[in-house]
Structures are given as structure tokens and as C-alpha cells.
Unconditional design. Structure first.
Length: 368
């Protein structure tokens, strides 16, 4: 019987799912969020929650809104790991992050709502293997902020702002062109390869196209994309497309197929004048291979919002390499991202209580 329900849960995550209805809050409109084709009340284990545990990240505002929707349930909100670990054992719903220790102790949970898009630390948990527990995430909620960050990194590398900022910090009026500035020239007419044409990748592609770039991309599911993407290939084609690209941007989720995909072979395939930008996951790139490629001049520079390991140790060689921009995994941060996350959680809670289909249900087999 459970195998049948696993199939049903897999169907929830297919692209045949409906786009969100017009009744969905304005903050969530036009984000490409998908509504599950199966109502939550029709899934095994669905019940009105008696206890909801919230890993406190957004303050009392979120707890108050949840409390107004589920008046008969006990709402526990805490940022204390010890409290969360104690309370999760008797909770029906958990809202928070993919904390392995917490999820291992979640004996009664029927629905886990994750704040962020990344669920690589969730999908391998025993909790989700039976198909009886729903997992939803924050996919597409931070896409615009992350895409803005990626384009800012791209422009900084292309125009040498990283090198000029270093001169500024030393009070130097140095008009020497940074390495590769003259060779790369301008971004108009240049080719960007976006690995991972999902919500984030599509937003990056839209911006790059608007700046006059030729956009090519790969994705894990199908050869389809918006009209402004010149070519959409499957994931395994990324290495073959690398020599065409002047900029490679990783926007893919971390799965078994994207783990360590940016290795020595990939960097060797790139142009020596090309840049690598990582806004996806740090573990998708082999850090030692990236550093070696930068030092050898196999690629011209890199901009990284995610690295492996995180946090990057103070003595790590990446900090000192020229033409490298590092930001501490902050690309998603914006006031609008936070508001969208809260809006999604409230919307999904209302849907769950009503027994309606949820938004952003994760396919644990695919990993996103």
C-alpha cells in the first residue's frame, strides 16, 4: 500500500501540476510556483495538527499568523536547538530548516515545510522514504534576489571592479587594467552557460539576455525553456557546452548528478578568458580543482556565493587568489525574499488545514 502512495506523492511533483490560482496572495503570483495535483486530505496520514513546531527565524509575526489559522493547535516557536529537539518528537508539523538531527527525531510529523529551496539535507532522511510525510520548500521565492546577485558578480568580474576595489582599499590610483579586462571586452554578444535552468537559472537567463548576452543552458528534466534561451540541453551536456561559454553560472540544486560536476575536466574545457560563477551549491564544485584552475590561468576568475567547505577557513587559498569574489552565502537575502517565505508558509498552512493541494511539494527521489 505504501508503494502506491509513494507513486501518488511523486505525481504531486510532476510538471503536470497546476500553476497557483489567482486567489493566491499577490506576493506569490507570477513566481511559477506549482500546486500539487493531489489534495493533502487525500494523502495518507493527513490530519488536523495538534502541535506545530516552528524553528524561529522570522520572529513573532509568523507564529501569530499561523496561530490565527490553527486556533486549536499548540504552536511552539523556538530558536533553541535543545527545545526544538525536545518538541519535535510530538509535533505534527515542522517549519524550519533541513536539520538532520531534528528530522531524525520527528516521530509523528506528517508535513515538513522548509524555509529555503535547498533540501539536500532533507531528502535522504528516513522520515521521507515511506512516502507518508510531505516535504515542501521555498523554491523560487528567492530567485530574483539570487539572480540579481549573480548578475552583480558577473558585471564586477567583467569590468574588473574586484581589482579596482582592492586598489581603493590600499588608497592606490591604479589605472592598470585588471587581468582579462581588455580580452573579455563587453558582455554584449558574449555567451553565458547557465547550469540549472530552474527558477533561479531562468531569472538569471532573463537578465543576461536583457544585457545582450547569448544564453545557453542545461537542466535535469527536459529540453524546454523560455524563448530568450538559445539552446536548452540536458544536464550531461554541460561539459560539451563549456567551451562555448564566456561565463558559466551554476544555479543547479545539489543532487547525485550535480555533486562535484565542476571539476578539473570541466575547468579545462572552459576558455582561459571565461569566468565561473557559483550561486548553486558549494559541493557542486571541487574546490581544489577550482583553485588549481585559477592559479594555472585555465579560467580568468570566479565569483562564489557558495563554497565547500562553509564557512571557508580564514587560511584557505581562495581568499588570496586574484580575480576571485567571495560572498558568504547571502545571495538570497532581501526583504522581499523574507516576505515571500512567510507568505508561502501561511498560504500552505491554510491549504493544509483545508485539506487542499500544497505548493512547492518536493520530489524526494529527484532531490528538488
Amino acid at each position: 500500500m505504501k508503494k502506491n502512495w509513494i507513486v501518488v506523492l511523486a505525481l504531486i511533483c510532476t510538471y503536470s501540476a497546476n500553476v497557483v490560482a489567482e486567489t493566491t496572495p499577490a506576493l506569490l503570483q507570477n513566481l511559477g510556483l506549482r500546486e500539487a495535483p493531489v489534495a493533502s486530505r487525500d494523502l495518507p496520514g493527513w490530519r488536523m495538527p495538534n502541535r506545530i513546531l516552528i524553528q524561529d527565524y522570522f520572529g513573532e509575526d509568523l507564529s501569530t499568523k499561523i496561530r490565527s489559522l490553527v486556533k486549536d493547535a499548540e504552536i511552539v516557536a523556538s530558536a533553541d536547538p535543545a527545545v526544538l529537539l525536545r518538541e519535535v518528537t510530538n509535533s505534527d508539523i515542522f517549519i524550519g530548516t533541513c536539520d538532520s538531527e531534528l528530522l531524525s527525531a520527528a516521530e509523528k510529523v506528517h508535513w515538513v515545510q522548509v524555509y529555503w529551496a535547498g533540501v539536500e539535507n532533507c531528502v535522504h532522511q528516513e522520515l521521507f522514504k515511506t512516502g507518508d510525510v510531505l516535504l515542501t520548500n521555498g523554491k523560487r521565492l528567492s530567485s530574483t534576489a539570487i539572480a540579481d546577485h549573480a548578475i552583480a558578480m558577473l558585471m564586477s568580474l567583467v569590468r574588473g571592479l574586484d581589482a579596482y576595489h582592492l586598489s581603493q582599499s590600499r588608497s592606490l590610483w591604479d589605472r592598470t587594467s585588471p587581468r582579462n579586462l581588455l580580452q573579455f571586452g563587453e558582455i554584449t554578444g558574449r555567451t553565458v552557460l547557465i547550469v540549472g535552468l530552474g527558477g533561479i537559472g531562468t531569472e538569471v537567463a532573463k537578465r543576461a539576455h536583457g544585457l545582450g548576452m547569448r544564453v545557453i543552458a542545461t537542466r535535469g528534466s527536459r529540453r524546454e525553456g523560455p524563448a530568450f534561451v538559445s539552446y536548452v540541453g540536458l544536464s550531461h551536456e554541460a561539459l560539451d557546452l563549456a567551451p562555448e561559454a564566456d561565463v558559466v553560472i551554476n544555479a543547479a540544486p545539489l543532487t547525485s548528478s550535480t555533486m562535484a560536476m565542476f571539476d578539473a575536466d570541466f575547468f579545462s574545457a572552459m576558455k582561459s578568458t571565461a569566468y565561473f560563477i557559483n550561486i548553486g551549491r558549494g559541493k557542486s564544485a571541487v574546490t581544489s580543482d577550482l583553485a588549481a584552475a585559477l592559479k594555472a590561468g585555465d579560467i580568468a576568475g570566479a565569483a562564489l556565493d557558495v563554497v565547500e567547505p562553509e564557512p571557508l577557513p580564514p587560511d584557505h587559498q581562495l581568499w588570496q587568489l586574484p580575480r576571485v569574489i567571495i560572498t558568504p552565502h547571502v545571495a538570497a537575502r532581501s526583504a522581499m525574499t523574507a516576505e515571500r517565505i512567510k507568505a508561502l508558509i501561511v498560504e500552505n498552512m491554510q491549504r493544509y488545514v483545508n485539506g487542499d493541494p500544497l505548493l512547492n511539494v518536493v520530489d524526494v527521489n529527484l532531490g528538488y
